[in-house]
Design a protein around this ligand. Structure first.
Ligand code: SF4
Length: 300
């Protein structure tokens, strides 16, 4: 298994003092989310629009075309007016604006209205993505859009698009499609190498170490403690080794136990145990994106 000789350390922001204690610099926002203030830089002001180059705002998340609906969805007062203002202030100095809106059962009916508003504001690219199944959907979600509803929005926007020939608009149609077995296998083979423990680890504010920022900061998942150990002691610890090269016998009753690729899976790109834990509640389970993982409501 390829591992870096020294780890890349990530300071987790889940604990308040982590960044300042470890001297981590705050990164500039790549995505501004409409309705969130301060951290994401909205509203974008007329005096100081962000640059459009590296580190600047690349796209705007937009929730709804009316003030009441936008404020309700973002749970932020004035999010609508601030987003409109932000778009105007981005477009004025010539910055291209691309928006993305997730269509849910709450806002899908307003999709045509939204597209007209954004087109009239001067957006260059408008993307509507459908609220979809994740690996962890439990089936009780009321935000899913009925396929017929999505199709209606698609058809209405197609007509609107005829009036804006230069605009790049995409609205999905109908029901989201589950990936085929072949697509899932290809995606699994082409998955990125899991960096957790191979390239680095995450240091929490109290010095405890986990392998991924999204894992619970307690118990089984703590692989070291920098208040008592050196970085290299943690990095070379048997604990990390045990997570990266787990025993097959601890996977009984799962697809991994019978998997002929068990060793190569862990030796090469790795199995995302964060997703395994999120999907199945345990470290000892396949990554949900593996084609051998139990079927569930997901597109992975
Ligand atoms: S995650 Fe998939 S490929 Fe990897 S060991 Fe488990 S079943 Fe096999």
């Amino acid at each position: 298994m390829k591992r870096r000789k020294a780890p890349v350390l990530t300071a987790s922001s889940r604990h308040a003092s982590a960044r300042s204690r470890l001297g981590a610099k705050r990164r500039r926002p790549l995505v501004a989310q409409a309705g969130r203030r301060g951290e994401h830089g909205l509203p974008v002001t007329h005096e100081a629009p962000p640059g459009s180059g590296h580190g600047g705002i690349k796209r705007l998340e937009w929730r709804a075309p009316t003030s009441s609906l936008a404020d309700e969805l973002t749970r932020s007062r004035n999010s609508f007016s601030e987003t409109v203002e932000s778009i105007r202030n981005l477009i004025a100095p010539g910055i291209k604006v691309r928006t993305n809106t997730v269509a849910t059962s709450l806002n899908v009916k307003s999709t045509p209205e939204l597209v007209i508003l954004l087109a009239d504001l001067g957006a260059d690219i408008i993307r509507i993505s459908q609220y979809g199944f994740s690996a962890y959907a439990d089936g009780g979600d009321t935000l899913f859009v009925e396929p017929a509803e999505m199709q209606r929005a698609h058809d209405a926007v197609r007509k609107i698009a005829e009036q804006y020939p230069l605009l790049d608009i995409f609205v999905p149609r109908g029901a989201p499609r589950a990936a085929s077995e072949e697509e899932r296998t290809r995606a699994w083979q082409n998955r990125a190498v899991c960096s957790a423990g191979r390239y680095g680890f995450v240091v929490l504010s109290d010095g405890k170490v986990v392998l991924c920022d999204e894992l619970p900061p307690s118990g089984f998942w703590i692989v070291g403690d920098l208040s008592r150990q050196s970085i290299m002691d943690v990095w070379n610890s048997p604990h990390i080794d045990a997570l990266l090269r787990p025993r097959r016998s601890s996977f009984k009753e799962t697809a991994c136990f019978r998997c002929e690729q068990f060793d190569s899976c862990h030796e090469n790109k790795g199995r995302c145990f964060r997703d395994a834990w999120k999907a199945f509640g345990t470290f000892n389970a396949p990554a949900p994106s593996c084609p051998k993982a139990p079927a569930s409501r997901r597109l992975m």
